[in-house]
Design a protein around this ligand. Structure first.
Ligand code: MN
Length: 575
């Protein structure tokens, strides 16, 4: 692939000269950074960022995003270029590249529960929606070249694509991209199902296409007769994976699916949508209950269109979708359509700058709307619960372990919260922390997307000061419990022994007291005093006072006592 392909596309869109210059500069920088580097396919590495940039250009994204697309893998592969990149391209582009680099560190290990929080994390990291778009398109190209990777990687990446990326694209209203991602992942994730479905459909697709081509002129003529202007009429075949999902709802019986092929009528005005629907129904009888007005009632992800299924010639059912050019753009590109640069031609450079400024304001806005839509997009009770939890997620941050595991913590959490979340020992022996490779203090406030590393020293003890800054209840509890144990051990050490009162609740039975005292005699520990508390008849409490040499002895006794048949609870206090 050559840079000219990208350049041609940019010129077609009449992008201003300064934009072309910026993109060329980004290309040169990337070409230098990736010099000599090859993809697994053997082709030069630069083809990957170049393909990503071309796809984003086709989506009509702004020139900074396209520049960032060209640069998106440079920092990950060559961290030494970071300062230079910022100097040449400025904060905004550096920020986009950095966002993509951060997202690259996330690995999905395949559980439904984490899938949802991963998607949310994606959005949280991609503070700027363009980072998410860039990442989605980056993944699309990686999926297109997945055949060159080893089988286990293929499966992991394809599963991640199907469970994280495609649904994310869909929720952002990018139907086209989400369909592409699904179809690219399908053969790797469910190879047998894919084989089966391709076999069934490969015979039928040409047949269906032929049928639609026969129908098309009939509709065109009738629209002309009624003077309904249209921009285009195309037939579309359902994406294979989305057909598969639908088949699952219909016992895998393909004869029950009526929208495998559809005619898509794109008109210019809202009125013409309804006029065209009238024409369609005049020609072919509608199937009752299959008329959907998604213009009056858009789908949760913003999709607008009129759908109807009709009985066509030879008693075949097919679907017709009618929408305006804008609705179509929106349906194909979703949130990216809000970003699309149009009407370049008429604008003078000054207007362009103003437009860009207003764009930056708009982006946050559109973004918030999308989140709100997302909250409305609830299909199952589980999803509904998830949506209710959105507040919970608002107060959470998502950080990464050096291995790429996602850890979610309350806002304001510190490396100590992170460490205790992973393991008590890791927390207690923490001496320092690195965030994104840089040393920070243990009370440093973490941010979403941070990669957190804990430095430890064996035998180190937690500090009581940590309780002043930790944010998670989990860390707080663990620190307190470790500290309590430590103080007790000290007490034991000081006097060489400590008077302890052990209290146990047990289900009363014959021989209970004997079994309890046996624990002590076996350990060669003398009991100073034994009393029973019979306030509860079936669950008497036995209170034992004894002198123990050290904390280890106490722990051992506690464990043994818990093992005695009928014992429900054991607690202790130092007297
Ligand atoms: Mn990449």
């Amino acid at each position: 692939m050559s840079f000219n392909i990208l350049l041609e596309k940019l010129k077609e869109q009449n992008r201003p000269a300064e934009d072309l210059e910026l993109i060329k500069k980004a290309y040169d920088f990337a070409a230098r950074a990736h010099e000599g580097q090859k993809r697994k396919s053997g082709e030069p590495f630069i083809n990957h960022p170049l393909s990503t940039a071309v796809k984003l250009t086709e989506m009509r994204l702004d020139s900074k995003t396209i520049a960032a697309a060209l640069l998106h893998d440079t920092i990950e592969d060559h961290p030494e270029f970071e300062t230079e990149l910022k100097k040449i391209f400025g904060e905004e582009i550096a920020f986009l590249v950095d966002g993509v680099t951060k997202l690259n560190k996330i690995k999905y290990k395949g559980s439904q529960r984490t899938a949802e929080s991963l998607r949310k994390m994606f959005l949280a990291i991609g503070e700027d929606i363009r980072i998410v778009l860039l990442k989605l398109v980056d993944r699309t190209h990686n999926m297109e070249t997945l055949q060159y990777l080893p089988a286990d990687k293929q499966k992991r990446i394809a599963t991640e694509t199907l469970e994280i990326y495609a649904p994310l694209a869909y929720r952002l209203g990018m139907k086209k991209l989400s369909g592409q991602l699904e179809d690219l992942a399908f053969p790797y994730v469910l190879p047998e199902r894919y084989e089966w479905l391709s076999k069934i459909t490969s015979d039928k697709f040409p047949e269906w296409t032929k049928y639609m081509e026969k129908i098309k002129p009939v509709l065109i003529m009738e629209l002309a007769r009624d003077e309904v202007k249209f921009a285009s009429i195309t037939s579309r075949i359902k994406h294979l994976y989305s057909l598969y999902k639908k088949l699952l709802k219909y016992d895998l019986d393909i004869s029950k699916i009526t929208d495998i092929v559809a005619l898509r009528v794109i008109v210019y005005t809202l009125e013409d949508c309804y006029a065209a629907l009238g024409v369609v129904h005049k020609l072919w009888r509608p199937v009752p209950g299959k008329i959907r007005d998604y213009i009056a009632l858009p789908k949760p992800n913003g999709y607008k269109s009129l759908h109807t299924t009709v009985f066509g010639p030879e008693d075949n059912m097919f679907e017709v979708q009618i929408r305006t050019v804008e609705m179509h753009q929106e349906a194909e590109y979703g949130i990216a359509a809000h970003w699309a640069y149009t009407e370049f031609k008429k604008e003078r450079p000054k207007d362009y700058a103003e437009r860009q400024a207003s764009f930056l304001n708009q982006k946050r806005f559109a973004w918030l709307d999308q989140i709100r839509e997302w909250q409305k997009d609830v299909e199952s009770p589980d999803e509904f619960l998830e949506a209710l939890k959105i507040d919970f997620f608002k107060a959470r941050i998502f950080v990464l372990s050096p291995k790429g595991d996602v850890i979610d913590l309350p806002e304001g959490a510190t490396p100590i919260d992170f460490a205790y979340h992973i393991h008590t020992d890791l927390g207690s022996s923490a001496t320092g922390s690195k965030v994104n490779g840089k040393m920070v203090s243990l009370d440093h406030q973490l941010k979403t997307g941070d990669v957190v590393e804990i430095l430890i020293q064996k035998g180190k003890k937690p500090s009581i000061d940590w309780l002043k800054f930790v944010k998670s209840t989990q860390a707080r509890k663990k620190i307190s419990s470790v500290l309590k144990k430590l103080t007790e051990s000290k007490k034991f050490e000081k006097k060489g022994g400590e008077m302890v009162e052990i209290r146990l609740t047990a289900k009363d039975r014959f021989g209970l007291l004997h079994d309890v005292t046996y624990v002590f005699t076996k350990q060669k520990i003398n009991m100073k005093n034994v009393t029973t508390d019979n306030k509860s008849k079936s669950y008497p409490a036995i209170i034992i006072q004894t002198v123990l040499k050290n904390r280890g002895e106490l722990e051992k006794i506690m464990v043994r006592l818990k093992e005695v048949k009928g014992v429900m609870e054991v607690s202790y206090k130092l007297l």
